[in-house]
Design a protein around this ligand. Structure first.
Ligand code: AHR
Length: 499
């Protein structure tokens, strides 16, 4: 097969930033089967004494997810946190308006905290700024983070959690710019409410960090002015601004779909500019960081969900089954996040189990690694350390909505002990292999250890319970020199170890 060539120069001294571990966060919402029959299924043969599925916990641990956003998403904007604590038999069943289901509240705040501790992850707790406000939020911080001796901290102790949960990271609502949101607000309405809520939350616990809502996606009509207005209200009281974005290949145009990460890159650059504009306007010395707390591919399940009967409990909802090309784009999105490690400190793959997720469960049955599991696994395990700034020379292509899309997308991460250099690379081309010769300056003593690739002849191939490993990483033959053949539509992880 005819190939094209690409080059990249990495130099040990040309660095972008050290990665924040929280770049590899994820998300569990009370939506569909993320919680019920996802992470929590008391009747399952592999459930532990808390009803948590141990097979799911193992896969979450394999992914080394440092933070999990909870409990929503759109769900949080109608949520009363008090419903989810205390004796299970007294917890109310509620009509859940965001996803039109019944919420039983049999899994709630304290169960989630127990699950986090068992899995070895930290919570990223979202508060309801749709139907509620500062009062419910400050009570929740008191319930979670104060030792004991006040009304809500004593209530937590009474509920079987003697030690404070010490939740460090909090989201001030979810997608408040979206008309679909319960309690949708204008930027001024939200900005004022977020500020007043941030103040009392930090007065209860000054050690916490807060994320303000940015736009729900780049196409929102209020994008940019929303960010600027919200930040003008909240700049001194919040630590991060959120970004959300999902991509789809509804048009079945792979070349265009693979260029989505170019759009993601431009979106991040725009949001950084807006943050810096507000910084300048307010004459602030503080830099605003980004929490990209919802990102993924999402479209396969939309037709199914459009005709779903409302008001059932934990239905099969928003359950995309991912194919190979989705995994390659997810890899490219991870590379994009890494290249912005200086400003994007938090990111959450949305979501973690069953709902647009890398992990799929069968109720009462097995657990499956979806195709997108693998790029996340590799980036989370090998992509922590110092990100290097590469100078990329790649052939380019044009697609329906993009021009000059580099066929090669890549980055490099040097581990903290400096013993390992990992190159991540995607070949976006549908049909042309790329011969990639990265020049690794300052890494002369490093030897190629492994070339892992996710690739295959069928871009629509999926994993299912009958064929769980149809799409799985392979180990390629190692070249003598730094020159790698990247298959069309492939995700590549090249690991070099100091000799
Ligand atoms: O992740 C699914 C949904 O996508 C979330 O509930 C919402 O925040 C976003 O629109």
């Amino acid at each position: 097969m005819e190939y094209k060539t690409a080059k990249t120069t990495f130099h040990r001294d040309f660095t972008i930033a050290h990665t924040d571990d929280r770049l590899y966060g994820s998300f569990i919402e009370h939506l569909g089967r993320a919680v019920y029959t996802g992470i929590y299924e008391p009747d399952h043969p592999l459930a532990d004494e808390d009803g948590f599925r141990t097979d799911v916990m193992k896969l979450v641990q394999e992914l080394r997810v440092p933070i999990v956003r909870y409990p929503g998403g759109n769900f949080v904007s109608g949520f009363r946190w008090e419903d989810s604590v205390g004796p299970k038999e007294s917890r109310p069943r509620r009509p859940e308006l965001a996803w039109r289901t019944i919420e039983t509240n049999q899994f709630g705040l304290n169960e989630f905290m127990r699950w986090c501790r068992k899995v070895g992850t930290e919570p990223m707790m979202a508060i309801n700024l749709g139907t509620r406000g500062a009062d419910a939020a400050r009570n929740l911080v008191e319930y979670c983070n104060l030792p004991a001796g006040t009304y809500y901290s004593d209530l937590r102790v009474q509920h079987g959690a003697p030690d404070p949960h010490n939740i460090h990271l909090w989201c001030l609502g979810n997608e408040m710019d979206g008309p679909w949101q319960i309690g949708h607000k204008t930027a001024d309405e939200y900005g004022r409410l977020a500020l007043e809520t941030a103040k009392v939350m930090k007065w209860v616990d000054p050690s916490i960090e807060l994320v303000a809502c940015g736009s729900s996606n780049l196409d929102m009509p209020t994008f940019a002015s929303w960010e600027a207005t919200v930040l003008e209200h909240t700049y001194s009281h919040v630590d991060y601004l959120s970004m959300h974005q999902y991509y789809d290949n509804q048009a079945q145009d792979t070349a265009d779909f693979m260029a989505s990460s170019v759009a993601m890159d431009a979106f991040i650059r725009s949001v950084i500019s807006i943050c810096d504009y507000v910084k300048a306007k307010l004459k602030s010395k503080k830099t605003m960081y980004i929490s990209f707390d919802e990102w993924n591919v999402w479209y396969h399940s939309k037709q199914h969900d459009a005709v779903l009967e409302p008001w059932s409990i934990a239905p099969q909802q928003v359950e995309d089954v991912y194919n190979l090309e989705d995994a390659i784009l997810v890899g490219s999105m991870l590379i994009t996040l890494l290249r912005h490690a200086d400003r994007v400190k938090i990111a959450c793959l949305a979501q973690l189990v069953n709902v647009i997720a890398p992990i799929l469960t069968a109720p009462g049955g097995g657990v499956l690694r979806q195709t997108i599991f693998y790029p996340f696994l590799h980036a989370s395990n090998y992509g922590r350390g110092t990100v290097l700034a590469g100078v990329v020379d790649s052939p380019k292509y044009d697609s329906k909505n993009f021009t000059d899309v580099p066929m090669l997308d890549c980055t490099a991460v040097l581990s903290d002990d400096e013993n390992e250099l990992t190159l991540f690379a995607v070949n976006r081309s549908e049909d042309t292999p790329l011969l990639w010769a990265p020049s690794l300056q300052g890494f002369e003593a490093y030897r190629i250890q492994d070339h892992i690739a996710l690739e295959g002849p069928d871009r629509y191939a999926i994993n299912d319970f009958d064929h769980p490993d149809r799409v799985a990483p392979i180990h390629k033959a190692l070249p003598k020199e730094n020159s790698f053949l990247l298959s069309p539509l492939s995700w590549n992880v090249i690991r070099l170890i100091k000799a």
